[in-house]
Ligand binder design. Sequence first.
Ligand SMILES: Cc1cc2nc3c(=O)[nH]c(=O)nc-3n(C[C@H](O)[C@H](O)[C@H](O)COP(=O)(O)OP(=O)(O)OC[C@H]3O[C@@H](n4cnc5c(N)ncnc54)[C@H](O)[C@@H]3O)c2cc1C
Length: 461
Amino acid sequence: MRRSSLPGPEQADVCIVGAGYTGLWTAYYLKLARPDLRVVVLEAAFAGFGASGRNGGWVTAESIGSRERYARGPRGVAGVRDLEAALRSTVDEIERVCAAESIDCDFVKGGRLSVATTTAQLARLRAGLAGARAWGDGEDVLSFLSGPDLEARIKVAGALGGLFAPHSARIQPASLVAGLADAAERRGVIIYEATPVSAIEPHVARTVFGDVQARMVLRCTEGFTARLPGLHRALLPMNSSMVVTEPLDDATWQEIGWTGMETLSDEAHAYIYAQRTADGRIAIGGRGEPYRFGSAVDDRGETSPQTVEALQAILGRLFPAAAGTRLDHAWSGVLGVPRDWCAAVSYDPVTGLGAAGGYSGHGVLAANLAGRTLSDLVTGEKSDLTALPWVGHHSRTWEPEPARWAGVHGLYVLYRTADRLEAPSAPATAPGVAAPGPRPARAALAAALGRVGDLISGIPH
Ligand SMILES: Cc1cc2nc3c(=O)[nH]c(=O)nc-3n(C[C@H](O)[C@H](O)[C@H](O)COP(=O)(O)OP(=O)(O)OC[C@H]3O[C@@H](n4cnc5c(N)ncnc54)[C@H](O)[C@@H]3O)c2cc1C
């Protein structure tokens, strides 16, 4: 059932623009902290219309930005460690609220697995582990798995090794956002749908139905932010596409394993992400067309046949037992990427303007932490959360077009070329069996292209 539009001009204490995870968690925690506040959420379409209703369902404490960049803040390395600890504990916070509010979203804390299927991917995976160890991450945060230990979790064809991170869960994303909207309403939050905000200014959100005057106005519009006046180059709207198979039969699941419901990715430059759903399907996603010229947002969620074919081919390569399986759905969505790939939470008590987002594809978990943090900032609560280094973090704006389009497309051409060059000359058919690797010259070229891509993008690893 859809909610009604804003009936006309209104007054509120806090007006939140956007009913995705960020806006709804913020509203929920605000009403818990201050039940007396009038909190109004304005949503252009319906609660969960954006990435929150159509993501890969990874609740992962994965990095939401570069450790080095966050460490340049006043709290240095200690601040980064606190941010990462806060992200890890957020998995349990989401589970706690889901239980307390009876939100049934298929939550399983099975951890996260990243699997390498080429020697180049294995080298990146080991480098990633060494980097994490240098930052002090122990076995309780990240561990290396191979051979029978990896196979006991999941049988990925040609898997040479994997990294396992326990602080991660799988969910059904649309169920979480729908349940969260209901929970917020039960606490007294007012949600208006089909109410696009045309401008956000100090103490006012403007719509065609009238203005909402509020002491605080919080922008929680992530991948759609570029549409708002003055914010065209603030966050790059990046597309991600997904497909989901029909439910697989028991024999296929016997071959694949995956009984722990870990979220799964590979170590390709243009990586994929996947989950085993509660009803026995595989949902798998990756970048289709990564970016549209002029920061255009395709909100119809259409996915090109080439992207669907590419995801189906990857599915069959990783899981030969599932090759040829029917795909039941394909869709796309948009997420927000800041120029330095570092998510941020901000609030200015003078203007009453606040915002959170720029999670670069890792917002399912981070939006909860952002929501709790925005709530503390708005209520003036100086807390451990408000001292985290992503609070007040500033990222510069993206380049004007056509540089923005050329940069993002150039990056993905480099990444995809590097991935193709790294691919083995023949497919592997069993876990732990390395397929013949590329010739040394090809491998060297792939590594160089990958490095150039990393340098251009500044993507943190
Ligand atoms: C296909 C896909 C897969 C992903 N997979 C994962 C994953 O597995 N794990 C993970 O951590 N992250 C993933 N992400 C990213 C994650 O989903 C997002 O980071 C997160 O949902 C952002 O939540 P949000 O509330 O900030 O933004 P959104 O969910 O995008 O919500 C913003 C809302 O604001 C509304 N809005 C926008 N502009 C206006 C306006 N002017 N007026 C009123 N309302 C407005 C929109 O309609 C929307 O409902 C994925 C994203 C996509 C697209």
